[in-house]
Design a binder for this molecule. Structure first.
Ligand code: AMP
Length: 192
């Protein structure tokens, strides 16, 4: 099984690269942000609670997102070669929980891919995405908040996977195809 965490600051291209990875390696995709937006759109109890955080660019509490992820992953049985975790884990607590969930399922995370893009470029991308995304959190004040939280809460996840020997950084500034080629090469090297 190839269980990949696609990691990086908001706007680094996690969603785009996830789509290519799913196709290339027959993976199931789990996007934490997308799941939360679906809950919000459906106006569920979880969605109403999540909105208080998402609309400010804050992270939802670990137990809320951990529960959603665990339910989904435990429901998947056959017909896929691995999972791509997009936007999860985003805190050390989530990373530890993910490892426990995978243990329970007799699976393990294979690799964390860190897409590195300079902040000025990320801001440009997010503001451009805002024109079509309809996302209330793609505005400059909330974007800055999301970066701050990324630095303080999410970066420790990187160190956690470094300590497990599963961390791999990829330069994320070049073309979509160029970035994907680098990711693919790394994944193929794991299989050799
Ligand atoms: P994203 O689509 O990945 O940019 O996520 C959008 C928003 O959803 C984030 O700014 C957070 O408010 C929330 N969110 C997404 N993933 C997580 C997570 N793993 N933990 C907590 N909150 C999350």
């Amino acid at each position: 099984m190839l269980n990949i965490i696609i990691f990086g600051a908001p706007g680094c291209g996690k969603g785009t690269q996830s789509e290519l990875l799913i196709e290339a390696f027959n993976l199931r995709h789990i996007s934490a942000g997308q799941l939360l937006r679906e809950e919000i759109a459906a106006n569920t109890e979880v969605g109403r609670e999540a909105e208080k955080y998402v609309s400010k660019g804050h992270l939802v509490p670990d137990n809320m997102i951990n529960g959603i992820i665990e339910n989904i992953v435990c429901g998947w049985k056959n017909g896929f070669s691995g999972i791509i975790f997009d936007g999860y884990p985003r805190t050390l607590g989530q990373a530890e929980e993910l490892e426990k969930i995978m243990d329970k399922l007799n699976k393990s995370t294979s690799l964390l891919i860190d897409l590195r893009v300079p902040e000025e470029e990320l801001i440009k991308r997010l503001l451009s995405r805002a024109k079509t995304s309809g996302r209330s959190d793609d505005n400059i004040d909330i974007i800055r908040n999301r970066f701050k939280i990324y630095e303080s809460e999410t970066r420790p996840v990187m160190d956690f996977y470094k300590s497990l020997g599963k961390y791999h950084a990829v330069e994320g500034l070049s073309s979509v195809e160029g970035v994907f080629a680098n990711i693919k090469e790394k994944i193929e090297s794991l299989k050799r």
